[in-house]
Design a binder for this molecule. Sequence first.
Ligand code: GDG
Length: 483
Amino acid sequence: MGKTIIISNRLPVQLQISNGSITAVPSVGGLATGMKSVHSGSDSVWIGWSGLTDEEIPEELVPKIDKALAEHGSSKVNLTKEEVEGFYFGFSNRTIWPLFHYFLEYSEFELDSWTTYKAVNQKFADAILEKAEDDDIIWVHDYQLMLVPQMVREKRPNISIGFFLHIPFPSFEIFRTLPWREEILRGLLGSDLIGFHIYDYERHFLSSVRRLLGLEVSFNEIYLDNRVIKVDSFPMGIDYKKFSDAAKEHSQKPASQQSELQQRLNTHKQSDPEAKFFLSIDRLDYSKGIAKRLYAFEYFLNKYPQYKEKVRLIILAVPSRSNVPQYQLLKREIDELVGRINGEFSTVSWTPIWYFYRSMPFDNLIDLYTSSDIAWLTPLRDGMNLVAKEYIATRTDKTGVLILSEMAGSANEMNEALLINPNNFEQIADALYEAINMPKEEQQARNELLQNRLERYNVEKWANSFMTSLKAQKERDAENISK
Ligand code: GDG
């Protein structure tokens, strides 16, 4: 077996340029962590965009940047500002993202951005081909790079290629509206193994392959020319230990070492031990259902007025894709809703919503997870939703209630949470009521089951089981060829 080549839109490191010196700082995200066991040592390379366009990188710094990235086993694909516009903000985030999250009315079908998407996918494929040997293993990530598997396959028919989609794959009725639906399917079918978070996405994909391409599909295998393509689900986990250790350490910190945020949270808790914190954390994205959550909060306060001055909703909305018009509109809608609800319900001693529009450092994230009685995560669609898993991992005394949307992939593995339909305000208000009044022993019993499962199926396990399956697929192919 040769080396492993990982490809994603963004590299697992961030470049920092100041006064002519370059540093590459590793990202702390779940994907980068999960891939540690796959991306380590000298026998692997990660290819992706550095986050800086060609126009932003001074020519003379290129060798230094390449060197800094190489130290982290990374190699960059160069993209111009125009390419990033068409490929990333255009086709990826204005066509595929809304369509695959069932926001058909937001999907723009523009030939220009499709053309750029193809060209940029070819750039990624070329970057792989430059480094790849026949016995290498290639793992392509996510919706920005769906044409890459076939582009590589054309030049290297025997190489092993896996693809994992981090967002939902929509039902056939939605997917069929895409003008370039066959090209996208054919692009993905260059893989030997195609992975999704849950079985439903897998089922939707197989149905589209059967109905749009007329290919033979048996159970979870697709037959194309002389190849067999396996489709399977691999629910992504989290770095459980990192979150539970951080929470343990956090609980032992003396007050003097606590963050300002934590101290404020403590003060509010101490002033009214009956008060409850509800926590909502997402990127500011229409798929996450933040506006609906605010309407549901208003509904709850009207239905259960005894909780006025008792509950507080903490919203952390992380800025995302803020140059895409729908995201700007959503930001305005959320700002207005928060203002209106706070204006309507606030008293001199109580503000119902604390709203943060920013990204917070990891330690503050832990402050929020560990201080919140209820995590309220109700996306309208979400491939998985790792925040739900992280919240549970930080509950060291096993208390806390998770209210989770049934439209999140994670709902499949988190049956002990209170699962709700994000469009049903009546059900949400009742779930909040149930969560507030849930006996401690019941919270602990539910969370114990959840924690055990999350600890076992952590992100490393996820990455390893995908790789094991991809290698097995390759071996099966080799056996078939030799027969
Ligand atoms: C896509 C899919 C799928 C959030 N705010 C802060 C912060 N975060 C971290 C969380 C978590 C991550 O960001 C968000 O992950 P999610 O899974 O919830 O959502 P997406 O970003 O939409 O991810 C999703 C995922 O890919 C993996 O396949 O689950 O469905 O949409 O890890 O902790 N981290 C810090 N500060 C913040 O303010 N430090």
